[in-house]
Write a protein that binds this ligand. Structure first.
Ligand code: NAP
Length: 294
């Protein structure tokens, strides 16, 4: 199999920025596609910027020409744009497409938020079946940056926590940089990562463990704990959401699913060894959590 050499990177947000650094560190020339020509910061050497109108097929083809690897790190709201981007990638002869999914858990079709990622998966599988393009989907658990900066697992700001099933269930987590490193490493493991979900993680945490870290950062302070039955909450929120993609209910549903002990939230089979990803030590995790103190 020929090596992958030239990358078009779509999106320069939280993941895209870190991934760009990792790609450049590994000496991949990168074209960054963006809707705007005025990025907040200038691009580092080795990267070029290409402004693109994602709604124009011709524009997309021009932007993707000459790249064998297309990596989408677009925001969830841009998910539907990915089908024409895949078509454009095929039209210019790209070899590999990495879609923006970067989920934490197994995709359950009953959860409407997963409808679009599922459609993209099915679309890519169909194209791969016909040998038009290959793909790799990356899951690295919940981003640790999210855990330690939002009330998803514990509400640090208000010293409160809704404890799912006693907080005992494990779930996989990674730093954004680990996800980026796994993506870059996969480009040299083309055959082994072809047409499947690739999973890596930095650590397995529990809600109770995260709460203990939060308490260590707030010595002597009172935390309010409310017990929640995770499975019951998941079923209630799925029913409440119905057919809608409900941005208000989604964070609560995501939290309940993640901490329910199901939905493959704790990875059993990972590609860490294949991609050279070492897991974090307890000390490193604590060090990461100390960002709370500032
Ligand atoms: N597992 C996890 O814990 C976790 C956490 C967060 C995110 N994610 C997933 O990771 C992916 C990337 O997330 P992120 O936080 O890095 O994304 P982000 O920073 O919110 O956005 C990435 C880029 O998408 C582009 N974009 C945004 N809205 C768009 C639109 N309507 N049309 C076209 N382009 C648009 C923007 O690029 P330009 O303005 O330059 O065009 C933006 O910089 C998403 O698929 C998200 O669901 C996973």
């Amino acid at each position: 199999m020929s090596p992958l050499q030239k990358v078009a990177l779509l999106g320069r947000g939280k993941l895209g920025t870190v991934l760009l650094t990792e790609l450049l560190n590994a000496n991949y020339p990168v074209t960054v596609l963006s809707r705007t020509t005025t990025p907040a910061t200038s691009l580092p050497p080795g990267a070029t910027l290409h402004q693109v109108d994602y709604t124009s097929f011709e524009d997309l083809k021009t932007a993707l020409t000459g790249h064998d690897t297309i990596i989408s790190t677009l925001a969830y709201s841009a998910m539907p744009l990915q089908k024409p981007i895949i078509d454009a990638a095929i039209a210019v002869g790209a070899k590999r497409f990495i879609p923006a999914e970067y989920g934490a858990m197994e995709i359950d079709p009953r959860i409407t938020y997963y409808k679009e990622p599922l459609e993209i998966r099915a679309y890519l599988a169909e194209k791969a079946e016909r040998n038009e393009i290959e793909y790799a989907i990356f899951h690295a658990g919940v981003w640790m940056e999210v855990i330690f900066s939002t009330p998803l697992i514990v509400d640090f700001e208000h010293r409160g926590v809704r404890v799912f099933d006693g907080g005992v269930h494990g779930f996989s987590v990674s730093r954004v940089r680990t996800l980026a490193r796994a993506i870059v490493a996969s480009l040299e493991k083309r055959e082994e990562t072809r047409n499947r979900v690739v999973r890596v993680h930095d650590a397995v945490l529990t809600q109770r463990g995260v709460l203990e870290m939060a308490k260590k950062c707030t010595p002597g302070e009172e935390w309010v704990e409310i017990s929640v039955d995770a499975r019951k909450e998941v079923e209630e929120l799925i029913e409440k959401t119905g057919e809608r993609v409900d941005d208000l209910l989604w964070p609560g549903l995501f939290a309940a699913v993640l901490m329910s002990g199901g939905f493959g939230a704790q990875y059993r089979d990972v590609d860490n060894e294949l991609l050279g990803i070492e897991m974090m030590s307890e000390e490193e995790i604590e060090e990461f959590s100390s960002g709370w103190k500032s």
